[in-house]
Design a protein around this ligand. Structure first.
Ligand code: NAD
Length: 252
């Protein structure tokens, strides 16, 4: 059975990487982008150069963030996020590489150094001039009091610390993700279409190192044919089963 096959690989004691996308957080009430009813059905993205060039674009961008803010604050890690913490506590997790910006892996209890955030974190705000970071809660308070496109004390534009369309990927995180993938023994994708770069290439790096490639997702990915184990199912149901089976194997 596939769950035990995946669990056995995890329990072998190699370098285990879990790669997560928006699908791991849908059961926490955060919609993904591409599924029907996902965020792309509701909003068109504001590109990075538009954000930097126009105050109207910045107002529009912050308006959308403000609309999503209550859901962000309310969102709690689900059983899949928690199972990955259990996996780490059992000494069987090298790192989580995530496309997610919701901070739910850390909220569940994974230490910061175990989470590689490829697209940033929406709980943080960054000044586009001096690079200083601050909490989204401070920015939200300013928006609620009528400051619709908040700026830093230095005059720079404040922006949620996430990677917008047209914005460069974070260099260090991308390097780390590639390096971890190239050197792992096991790579499990949870809840990602694997269509966005660099996510689209990471399983390939892992396969080149002869890693075992597992996928847990509700819809197709470009790696479905070449992976070693494929489970079409909900992350919140499948991931805890995989982790508890791996822990059972290790406990003997
Ligand atoms: P996507 O929306 O393209 O794909 C999500 C995938 O998860 C889909 O294949 C879907 O079938 C699957 N899925 C949905 N619910 C699932 C569940 N319960 N269990 C298993 N699979 C499930 O998302 P993506 O490719 O991960 O990301 C696109 C970009 O959107 C990401 O780069 C990310 O930065 C951003 N994003 C982040 C969040 C978040 O932080 N939670 C939410 C939406 C979008």
């Amino acid at each position: 059975m596939t769950i035990s096959q995946i669990a056995e690989k995890i329990a072998e004691g190699g370098k285990n990487i879990v790669f997560t996308g928006a699908g791991i957080s849908t059961e926490s009430g955060i919609p993904d982008y591409r599924s029907k009813g996902g965020l792309w059905d509701r909003f068109k993205p504001v590109y990075f150069d538009e954000f930097m060039a126009s105050k109207d674009a910045r107002i529009e961008y912050w308006k959308r963030k403000a609309e999503l803010y209550p859901d962000l604050v309310a969102a709690q890690p689900n059983s899949a996020h928690k199972a990955l913490v259990d996996l780490n506590d059992a000494g069987m997790l090298e790192a989580v590489i995530t496309q997610n910006i919701d901070g739910l892996h850390q909220k569940a209890g994974l230490p910061d150094e175990k989470v590689i955030e490829l697209h940033g974190n929406t709980c943080r705000v960054r000044c586009m001039s001096c690079n200083k970071t601050s909490s989204i809660h401070d920015a939200q308070k300013r928006i609620e009091s009528g400051d619709l496109a908040p700026e830093c004390g230095c005059g720079g534009y404040l922006k949620p610390d996430t990677i917008s369309f047209g914005q460069s990927m974070p260099v260090e995180e991308t390097k780390k993700a590639i390096n971890l993938s190239m050197n792992c023994d096991f790579f499990m994708v949870v809840g990602s279409t694997l269509l966005v770069q660099p996510a689209a290439s990471l399983p390939d790096y892992a396969k080149r190192n002869k890693a075992f490639l597992a996928i847990v997702n509700l819809s197709e990915t470009p790696y479905d044919q070449e992976c070693d184990a494929l489970i079409c199912g909900k992350a919140g149901e499948i991931v805890p089963q995989i982790v508890s089976e791996a822990r059972r194997i290790v406990a003997g």
